[in-house]
Design a protein around this ligand. Structure first.
Ligand code: CTP
Length: 403
């Protein structure tokens, strides 16, 4: 995951170096941005050495008198799109005011406006500046817009006064960053096998049977599980999605290939989540040559059922938590409950794919979790990443019972 760390000009700027180190322990890729006044307190070289990356200090290229090039002029947009979070520590009264007002007069302020990533600010300043109504109003404005504020600590301040204004502890700031990014470590002991996407069944060298699955739900699960510390094996049918970083990605095409890959890796897994939309039928015979059109004649395809991978896992499973999906267009609850027992799963994640904001190729989903103890957990419409976290929370809850 990539984050941007904005360092602004205050005595606590040196602590940003320590924060960089701490965030690197979370395996975060950090792009440091320094304001002009930050460079009065600490040099970019410190951060460049720590991160191994160029520190951004200017809006239009490195030298202030150099001819700006297009690349540097739009770099803030590129960084804005690349990052998963922007954290500013220490954040001066000045930067808070600029953020609150939408002033964009340097790289950091422009990045703040241009990014859709969540923002965390950790203010540090003199106690009177912190308590000033102007600063407090700016803080309230930023909070109302969803900015996460890590309040300063009380104590002895560099200006000689005592009160609120000291930069919060590095650990407190790091924890907030992790919380906002959804980085938890609760799956560190788990190996999670996830299937995603559709499978394809070839009719002839140019045609195949498949379904509308985009793979987004399975990939969101893989990303969320990896972020929470799990070892992730992702067996994926063809999708247009980018392979999540740090997962063991096994591309497959047919149901047969998916079955082989899943059975091979099931033993080492502690949790198995079958989010793939597996083709239920395949042609009995695959034509070696392209099937030709015979004018006026109907073409009848003979199809045979594919192996039910989830049911097979249900029959052979030992201590694993087994989670299946059910994409339905009617009788959602009854179908989900039936799949829970016939496939011997521990949980079925069901959705009505006809509902708005649910199902194929959307970024959101509306699901209900069906459990063996008869519980039904209906989740409101949320992003597939949020759904993924809920499924993983539930999987973890089921783990001790099946150990
Ligand atoms: N599944 C599987 N192998 C198959 C078919 C389905 O492993 N050949 C899995 C899916 O990955 C999903 C669950 O079974 O986790 C339910 O899939 P779904 O297509 O909803 O159900 P089916 O068993 O195919 O039943 P139906 O099509 O009648 O609803």
């Amino acid at each position: 995951m990539r984050i941007a760390l904005g360092v602004t000009g205050g005595v606590a700027a040196y602590k940003a170096a320590e924060l960089t180190r701490r965030l690197q322990q979370e395996k975060l890729d950090i792009q440091v941005i320094m304001t002009r006044s930050a460079r009065e307190f600490i040099t970019p070289l410190t951060f460049a050495a720590l991160t191994g990356q160029k520190v951004i200090t200017e809006m239009f290229g490195k030298e202030s008198n150099a001819t700006p090039n297009v690349e540097s002029a739009i770099e803030h947009i590129a960084v804005a799109q690349r990052i998963d979070l922007l954290v500013v520590a220490p954040a001066t009264a000045d930067i808070l005011a600029k953020f609150a007002q939408g002033i964009a007069d340097d790289f950091l302020t422009t990045l703040y406006l241009a990014t859709k990533a969540p923002v965390v600010v950790a203010p540090a300043m003199n106690v009177n500046m912190w308590e000033n109504a102007a600063t407090q109003n700016n803080i309230a404005t930023l909070k109302s817009r969803g900015v996460h504020v890590v309040d300063p600590d009380e104590g002895y301040l560099a200006c000689g006064m005592t009160g609120s204004g000291r930069l919060a502890g590095i650990e407190t700031i790091a924890k907030e960053v992790c919380k906002v990014l959804g980085l938890r470590h609760d799956l560190e002991n788990e190996t999670i096998l996830i299937t995603a996407g559709p499978t394809c069944e070839d009719l002839d060298p140019v045609r195949y049977l498949t379904n509308r699955s985009s793979g987004k739900m399975g990939y969101a699960l893989a990303t969320a599980a990896q972020r929470r510390g799990a070892k992730v094996i992702l067996v994926s049918g063809p999708t247009d999605l980018q392979t999540p970083e740090g997962v063991d990605w096994i591309p497959v095409r047919t149901t047969k290939q998916m079955r082989e890959a899943v059975l091979e890796r099931a033993k080492e897994s502690t949790i198995i989540i079958k989010a793939a939309a597996v083709a239920d039928y395949r042609p009995v015979a695959q034509s070696q040559q392209k099937i030709k059109r015979s004018t006026g004649e109907h073409l009848v395809l003979e199809l045979e059922p594919t192996p039910d991978i989830l049911a097979e896992l249900g029959r052979t499973k030992s201590s694993q938590v087994l989670i299946g999906f059910a994409a339905e267009t009617e009788n959602v609850a009854a179908s989900a409950r039936k799949k829970l027992t016939t496939k011997n799963a521990d949980m079925i994640v069901a959705n009505d794919v006809t509902q708005a904001g649910a199902g194929f190729d959307t970024d959101t989903n509306v699901v209900t979790l069906y459990l063996r103890d008869h519980r039904e957990i209906a989740l409101p419409k949320m992003t597939k990443f949020q759904v993924a976290d809920k499924i993983l929370d539930q999987a973890l809850e089921l783990r001790p019972q099946t150990k």
